[in-house]
Design a protein around this ligand. Structure first.
Ligand SMILES: NC(=O)c1ccc[n+]([C@@H]2O[C@H](COP(=O)([O-])OP(=O)(O)OC[C@H]3O[C@@H](n4cnc5c(N)ncnc54)[C@H](O)[C@@H]3O)[C@@H](O)[C@H]2O)c1
Ligand SMILES: O=P(O)(O)OC[C@@H](O)[C@@H](O)[C@H](O)[C@H](O)CO
Length: 386
């Protein structure tokens, strides 16, 4: 079995590539990072360090790599011969990789009709569906029809905390022990792709929302509130009892939405929240706040981790979730100049106020009750810097 994986970064090497190799796939990583591609080619293996109560090392073997900028034809040929194409590049990169995936599909469709599955492992609702739309924009109607018969685009929810790496070996990747990969079977063509440890589900909706509105919501609160108090890592921020209480409150609010909307059992969801908070506090990891806070405009999106559960909470319960509102306010205060989205967000706020930013990026009109709550929290942060 052959898999082509776009994005040999933290989650690509630390989770997807490692699980696919363990499942028996020959994994070809595709990346634009020349050093990582060269080392993967030279060595054909790398180390995953699982950092929990014990430290465990696993070797991922039999992998290779291609540079999508300089080896485009080889990437196309690899896709044409693959059983599985996966991505972990970041939502904003999906349009950039769509042309080469489309070219691979064209070559494949001309030669054979064996099923191919495509899975985008990005933190977003409908990530693979979004990738499909970008890919289909590069195919003719006839090609789209053919692709519809043999290419299954499967949405998924992917969960494993993989921080920015500080190992001496640039290929080694330190990860947490926990992982969960829920893959929707709705668009499977033929048999589900054999992936060890993946959880195949008929309807991904409850799983992606549980993951995004718990793990990523809590992470966002810890990062944005931690940034305001000048902590460097999520682990340090979570040791601050006030931040931890704020994370807890926001997760109780998003949890109320998830339990009511999807029928997750309240006690089981409570256990899921507790596990999540334990993961944020894992003393064997050091996760930079700047990584978790990255791309605040994306994270302010109407379907993303803060605004979506907050708006749904307002609609379901008729009042405002103040913990989530505080998270949104803290996001609006994120002004680290190493992050291009943070700079653009601060420029929008300077020109149009936080109401303008909430309208433009979150789709929230000024009359929405959440806006007043965010404004209040935002003002309080100005006074207290926390
Ligand atoms: N790190 C985590 O804890 C984690 C967990 C779950 C999901 N995710 C999601 O996975 C995705 C990747 O996150 P990450 O943390 O691994 O980021 P990362 O920056 O470590 O990895 C992204 C990789 O994509 C590569 N890339 C960029 N442009 C490319 C292109 N045009 N073609 C091929 N490769 C390209 C980069 O060089 C990099 O190696 C994001 O959507 C993120 O939300 C991350
Ligand atoms: O990757 P992002 O920018 O969407 O979110 C940052 C972190 O919350 C995220 O990478 C988590 O570590 C991950 O989603 C855990 O599964």
């Amino acid at each position: 079995m052959r898999a082509v994986h776009f994005g040999a970064g933290n989650i690509g090497r630390g989770f997807i590539g490692s699980l696919l190799a363990a499942s028996g796939y020959d994994v070809v990583f595709v990346d634009v990072n020349g050093q990582i591609v060269r080392l993967l080619k030279e060595r054909g293996e790398y180390r995953v360090i699982v950092a929990g109560e014990q430290r465990e090392e696993q070797w991922v073997r039999g992998v290779s790599a291609l540079n999508s900028q300089t080896e485009r034809e080889q990437v196309i040929a690899a896709i044409a011969a693959a059983d599985l194409v996966t991505t972990a590049v970041g939502p904003h990169i999906l349009p950039a990789i769509a042309p080469v995936i489309a070219a691979g599909l064209k070559q494949r469709l001309a030669a054979r009709q064996a099923p191919l599955h495509v899975i985008a492992c990005e933190n977003m609702i409908g990530g693979t569906e979004t990738l499909k739309q970008h890919v289909f924009a590069h195919l003719s109607e006839a090609e789209q029809q053919l692709a519809g018969e043999s290419v299954g685009f499967l949405n998924c929810a992917v969960d494993r905390i993989v921080p920015n790496q500080t190992n001496d070996d640039p290929l080694a990747v330190t990860v947490e022990p926990f992982f969960e990969w829920a893959i929707e079977t709705r668009n499977v063509i033929g048999a589900v792709p054999p992936i060890q440890g993946a959880h195949f589900v008929a309807d991904l909706g409850p799983y992606i929302e549980r993951k995004l509105f718990t793990v990523n919501t809590g992470h966002a609160l810890a990062a944005y509130l931690g940034y305001l108090k000048q902590y460097e890592t999520v682990q340090d921020a979570m040791k601050d009892s006030a931040i931890r209480a704020d994370v807890e409150q926001a997760l109780s609010e998003s949890g109320a939405v998830l339990v009511k909307k999807h029928g997750w059992k309240a006690d089981e969801h409570r256990a899921y929240i507790d596990t999540t908070i334990g993961r944020f506090m894992n003393p064997a990891l050091s996760d930079d706040i700047i990584r978790v806070a990255r791309s605040p405009i994306r994270k302010l999106g109407p379907n993303d981790r803060l605004v979506a559960p907050a708006v749904q909470y307002c609609a379901l319960f008729g009042n405002v979730p103040h913990g989530l509102a505080k998270g949104i306010a803290a996001l609006l205060r994120f002004d680290d100049d190493r992050d291009v989205e943070a700079a653009a967000l601060q420029q929008t706020i300077a020109q149009h106020g936080i109401e303008g930013a909430l309208r433009q990026y979150a789709g929230l009109e000024s009359g929405h009750p959440l806006v007043a709550a965010v404004r209040e929290e935002y003002g309080r942060m100005e006074k207290n810097k926390s």
